[in-house]
Design a binder for this molecule. Structure first.
Ligand SMILES: [Zn+2]
Ligand SMILES: [Zn+2]
Length: 296
């Protein structure tokens, strides 16, 4: 299975899972035309996904779901709650899924798990029929026990590391928004993400930190925190930025090679430097807006 992360964050979310000539898109934070040009820019041999699964009814995940289902005629899978937000005009290309039941899309088994957020939301475990598996879990305020169970056998774990608690506290958001983002139905902070990473199953070879806030986090802070949690194991660690282009090839376990992580040497070196830098987590300066832009 090949996994592409092409956008991650509050500006829009988009990841693709490819196997056996089938491309499954998760989340519609970018319209079909924008996706086609991104796929062309990364040299993909297709410009149109075969199916779309939407995780939840927030605009950065579902804004363009109707354009995929109705405009492009792509089979689109949503829960009832998301359907009420998206309001498709026709049921022709729309399929319901339950947050409690696994379902099949082409050569993939998609296993959802409800996670706490301020609208109904799911994490997804996506397994190709040759046994490769990836998990994407963003937009969750806390980690439920079921999510830990869902990580079993996963090679690539894409986990939200949305904000640093201190940067959120001193950052520009109004008080109500700080409470929402940092609350039990908001977004996962770096420490909560690290706590999950401390107990990852041995199958996980690559971790990508997702949905980083551009205002309340810094990639080097998130990576530093996650690296500490993963220090006793050999795991490739990366952070996705808002408009990213990362590619991962997963191969069935037991075969030569294991997971091949993003072959972008400059990025990997930048991340290695960030991880090697001394921890600044306990003494973060007040935020300089110019420094808050994601630089990786
Ligand atoms: Zn989101
Ligand atoms: Zn959300």
């Amino acid at each position: 299975m090949r996994v592409r992360i092409l956008a991650s964050g509050s500006g829009g979310n988009l990841s693709l899972y490819e196997h056996d000539g089938f491309a499954l898109l998760v989340d519609a934070g970018v319209d079909p035309g924008g996706l086609a040009s991104r796929l062309r820019s990364v040299g993909a041999d297709y410009t149109r996904p075969d199916a779309l699964v939407v995780t939840h009814g927030h605009a950065d995940h579902c804004a363009h779901a109707r354009a995929y289902a109705e405009g492009a005629g792509i089979p689109t899978y949503m829960t009832d709650a998301t359907m009420r937000v998206v309001r498709p005009a026709s049921a022709r290309h729309v399929f319901r899924y339950s947050a409690k039941e696994p379902f099949r899309v082409g050569p993939f088994e998609v296993r959802p798990c409800a996670v706490p957020h301020d609208v109904p939301q799911v994490a997804l475990r996506i397994e190709s029929d040759d046994g490769c598996a990836a998990l994407i879990a963003t937009d969750l305020g806390e980690v439920p026990a079921e999510l830990r169970a869902l990580l079993a056998g996963v090679q690539l774990a894409m986990i939200e590391s949305n904000h640093d608690k201190h940067l959120l506290e001193i950052g520009p958001y109004p008080r109500f928004l700080k409470r929402r983002v940092g609350g039990p139905r908001g977004h996962l902070n770096n420490d909560q993400c690290a706590e999950l990473l401390r107990n990852l199953p041995a199958s996980v070879e690559t971790v990508v930190l997702m949905h980083l806030s551009e205002k309340n986090n810094r990639p080097e802070v998130a990576l530093d925190c996650a690296a500490e949690a993963l220090s006793d194991r050999s795991t490739t660690l990366l952070a996705a930025k808002q408009y990213d282009r990362q590619l991962f090839d997963l191969v069935p376990r037991g075969r030569e090679g294991a997971t091949l992580a993003a072959p972008d040497v400059a990025r990997v070196e930048a991340i290695a430097r960030a991880i090697a830098a001394p921890s600044k987590r306990r003494a973060i300066e007040p935020p300089n807006p110019a420094q808050l832009a994601l630089k990786l």
